[in-house]
Design a protein around this ligand. Structure first.
Ligand SMILES: [Cu+2]
Length: 510
């Protein structure tokens, strides 16, 4: 994410992975067809009018149901199951949490305990007889669509059971009791949780097995921020076949709509002069976004849950899969409707609109928009070169036959057997090179990193997910602090992850 207010929208915005798709969508639009029409089977003209009528565009944005911690504890049970509902005007049957297109929003404070019980109500999957965890001999093919587990994305907690262990397998009728102790100095902001069984991550997350996780802290006590009404916007790109199901990875690669909390082009209503806090989550399995609002800037507070040193006025926010942003939006003085784009560099494309901001004719509020310093959590002090104990160079790449290609880290697809060993309290500088012609969102569990260069990000920004453009080289520094255990870094284009672009690291006590 980068401060781009000094740049015109149309000039140098980075080309996103979705650009060819958008181009195709623009062509479809020129032919009088919508992308939804294309999903339902292009060329079957008779199907289009019916589908278009069913599209429930223009409803008010509905925030996901929220459950909050009480007295320092949030106890929540989440059922992984099939859900049958209408999504963007289509009857679908998809894997999801609690029968809904997006999981409940979980809200805790720094220092709280989150006890999350995951029940697997999906059908029996024979894979669970073969292994009780991610297989040690890994073929890196899509599999295990009905086994699952849980990951709290971006949260600084132990990677070991009962905490954020993503090497677990939760099978048919099995229940896993997770317990996450949120540190009292945890960066307060927007996080999310999602399924993370290697082999079915993309299919399950794309289908809807994800939800927002909010951690409140000192930042939330700033009066102007506290006064702002919150809106949770989870961006998703569910993909279904003609019968409304998603049962293979071919379906996942199709172009299609970006939904927000399961809604197509919802309307966010604001009074003139009102300030709202929007919590943006890119929960898409693969689509990059360059978020922006027509004729309107916003104030960034946090990226990936990490508060900035100072609030920052921006026009656009890079949101690759796995990224979050906390922003303040102040409505204009006059009633009007403004488009919200998934890629504001393609403002001219109507298919690119994912929501509307509607400034009403209500009495003006003229709320103050916060501008100034933000409380910095302890763990986010700048990492200076002299603090670094080890440097690593790594490469995201591909190997094998183009048809049966594997996505790799340092030439090897994922294997549970070769975790890199890192001593606790190591401070490392990593240089990550993308040796492919595709974008790869780099994401690491447990510890955030501070950017030095690359990734379309201002140096110094703390993130847990950053984009690697084709053949780009990025650098960041990170502290392996507080927690020992095995966790992973991987590409957050989740189909790439399932195909091998993941590496385990084991942090040990020296
Ligand atoms: Cu990738």
């Amino acid at each position: 994410m980068k401060h781009r207010s000094d740049q015109p929208h149309h000039s140098s915005a980075p080309k996103q992975a979705g650009s060819p798709r958008l181009h195709r969508r623009a062509l479809l639009k020129g032919m009088g067809l919508t992308a939804l029409g294309s999903m339902a089977g292009l060329g079957i003209g008779c199907a289009l009018p019916r589908i278009r009528r069913e599209v429930s565009e223009g409803e008010l944005l509905i925030n996901p149901t929220e459950v909050s911690a009480d007295n320092g504890l949030l106890n929540v049970t989440i059922k992984a199951q099939y859900g049958q509902y209408r999504l963007a005007g289509k009857d679908v049957m998809l894997r999801c949490y609690d029968g809904k297109p997006i999981g409940n929003t979980l809200r805790v404070k720094t220092g709280d305990t989150l006890r999350l019980t995951l029940e697997n109500h999906l059908p029996y999957d024979p894979l669970q007889e073969l292994c009780t965890a991610v297989p040690t001999v890994e073929d890196n093919t899509p599999k295990g669509f009905n086994v699952t587990n849980m990951h709290v994305h971006g949260v600084h907690v132990s990677p070991e059971s009962p905490s954020d262990n993503i090497l677990l397998l939760v099978g048919y009728k099995q229940t896993e009791h997770y317990r996450y102790e949120i540190p009292s100095d945890h960066p307060p902001g927007t996080y999310f949780y999602h399924a993370h069984f290697h082999g079915s991550v993309a299919l399950q997350v794309a289908s809807g097995m994800a939800g927002a996780l909010i951690i409140e802290g000192p930042l939330d006590e700033i009066p102007e921020i506290k006064a702002a009404k919150e809106q949770v916007l989870c961006f998703q790109t569910p993909r279904v076949n003609k019968t409304g199901v998603c049962e293979n990875y071919t379906v996942l690669d199709q172009p299609g709509d970006t939904l927000i909390n399961g809604q197509l082009k919802p309307v966010i209503r604001m009074s003139p002069g009102e300030v709202q806090r929007w919590r943006l989550v890119n929960a898409s399995h693969m689509d990059n976004m360059l978020f922006g609002i027509q004729d309107q800037g916003f104030t960034a507070l946090c990226f990936d849950g990490n508060p900035l040193d100072y609030s920052k006025i921006m026009d656009t926010a890079v949101l690759i899969p796995g990224n979050r942003a906390d922003i303040l939006v102040k409505a204009g003085a006059e009633p009007r409707r403004q488009a919200i784009y998934r890629d504001i560099s393609q403002e001219d494309s109507e298919d690119n609109i994912i929501a509307w901001l509607e400034v009403t004719a209500d009495t003006a509020k003229d709320m103050p928009l916060y501008s100034g310093a933000l409380p910095r959590p302890d763990g986010l002090d700048d990492i200076e070169p002299e603090e670094v104990t080890f440097g690593r160079r790594l490469e995201f790449g591909m190997s094998g036959d183009p048809k049966g290609r594997k996505y790799t880290v340092n030439g090897q697809p994922f294997s549970c057997l070769d975790a890199w060993q890192i001593p606790l309290n190591a401070v490392e500088e990593w240089e990550v090179y993308n040796h492919t012609s595709e974008s790869h969102p780099f994401h690491i569990h447990v510890n955030p990193f501070q950017m030095i260069s690359g990734g379309d990000v201002e140096p110094g920004t703390w993130l847990d997910t950053v984009n690697l453009k084709p053949f780009e080289r990025i650098r960041f520094r990170t502290r392996f602090q507080d927690f020992t255990g095995t966790f992973v870094f991987h590409c957050h284009n989740l189909t790439h992850e399932d195909l091998g672009m993941m590496q385990a690291v084991n942090v040990y006590k020296p």
